[in-house]
Unconditional design. Sequence first.
Length: 125
Amino acid sequence: MVSDLPTITADTPIDELAERMIRERRPMFLIVERNRTGHNGDIIGTVSPDALARTRDPSTVSISDVVTRDAQSVSADAAVIDVLMQLWSDRADQLLIEQDGQVIDAVIGSDIIDVANLRERAGIV
């Protein structure tokens, strides 16, 4: 899982998001709307490096253009195999983790595979 999910507002320039992803070594950001008082509001989706890679001209595209608004979620107590199955069936690269209706974390499919490979190499099956 990705802990302490960082947020960024939908009106942030996409090149700033790309810089933060690299600098903070974060594969995913939660995208939030800025409310009328200028504070961060509701989560509207996620954005990943894959979404940025599909962007042809970052100078003409905003985060709101690449945000995954229908980000899928899974319960915090879900079994890993169920999470993998949901990732594959949804053709998603990430899932939000929810507990009591609140987003608390996220899981990225490649991280699950990396952990499984490490366990196999270490002889932990």
